[in-house]
Design a protein around this ligand. Sequence first.
Ligand code: NCD
Ligand code: ZN
Ligand code: ZN
Length: 356
Amino acid sequence: MSDRRIVLTRPDDWHLHLRDGAMLASVLPDTARQFARAIVMPNLQPPVTTVEHARGYRARINAALPAGVRFDPLMTLYLTDSTSPVEIERVKASGFVHALKYYPAGATTNSENGVTELKRISAVLTAMEKHDVPLLIHGEVTDPAVDVFDREAVFIERHLSPLVDAFPGLRIVLEHITTRAGAQFVAEAPDNVAATITAHHLLLNRNALFAGGLRPHHFCLPVLKRETHRQALLQAATSGRPKFFLGTDSAPHRRHAKESDCGCAGIYTAHAAIELYAEAFEQANALDRLEGFASFHGADFYRLPRNADRIELERRVWTVPERIGIEDGDSDDAIVPFRANQPVLWQLVEQPALNR
Ligand code: NCD
Ligand code: ZN
Ligand code: ZN
């Protein structure tokens, strides 16, 4: 491996928001040019709650793919208080729905229909454990009495730890961990518990929210934390442990939805995802660990084959565009990507689509 180039088995994104309609068509090419597969989050409005919904959404994603590009959307369902255990059997039989997503009601973007209390879904969790269907968790309490920077740690203590004990056979992914507590809990938990880590949580601490003024494009949930937590995440991601894998949580919003009196949570990183991870791993002097994190650990956890083809990254500075246009939208209201107008240090070497 030379300093200037890295060749990796093609990676996958184990946590991605693709949205729908014009937004879907606008963001999908960014993901599909680097990743072979992605776990597609179900928090549409209305949410994707059944296998039949997911079948339709998957068809819309496939129809939005640029010609000649191969990409496999791995679908998920959104758990609600009324999800039925029978749906889990349908998931198992579907072959294309790979997990269920648990949003505590009110925790994040489009989580209004999420689960109000874990005990209401215990029959569903039992079915998931029995059929070996992974549970993906947005791990934050919604209790307004808990400080927003503590919501992940409190969730782990109040809800996740008892859940892991109560369902020892259930595969669980604690999504987008942001704290030392999150990294430590997962590291110490049994092998059926894993975590995704975003590029932005590896690269930024909470100072980025207030750098020279209020920065809505750095607002996501769980919110950025202090530097000690970022260091703990970097250490987990570069540890080589198979429990930690890549999940961008790339979450596009229109510019005016973020630059607003009540700006919504979500950072768009799909345009530069693998390059941003390369920056973070380089920072930690651990570029040799990037392939495990980006291309192997997630596939192994989900019990899917590792990808056979490769991508190449070059150490070459490029500038992120100011906006990512939305196909039917007004350019003023387009997506403001992470690092807009700023340099990224690595660049994916483009491959002709038909070679994949
Ligand atoms: C996500 C979104 O916009 O859908 N936002 C975010 O800040 N991460 C939802 C989520 O993953 O929590
Ligand atoms: Zn989330
Ligand atoms: Zn997300």
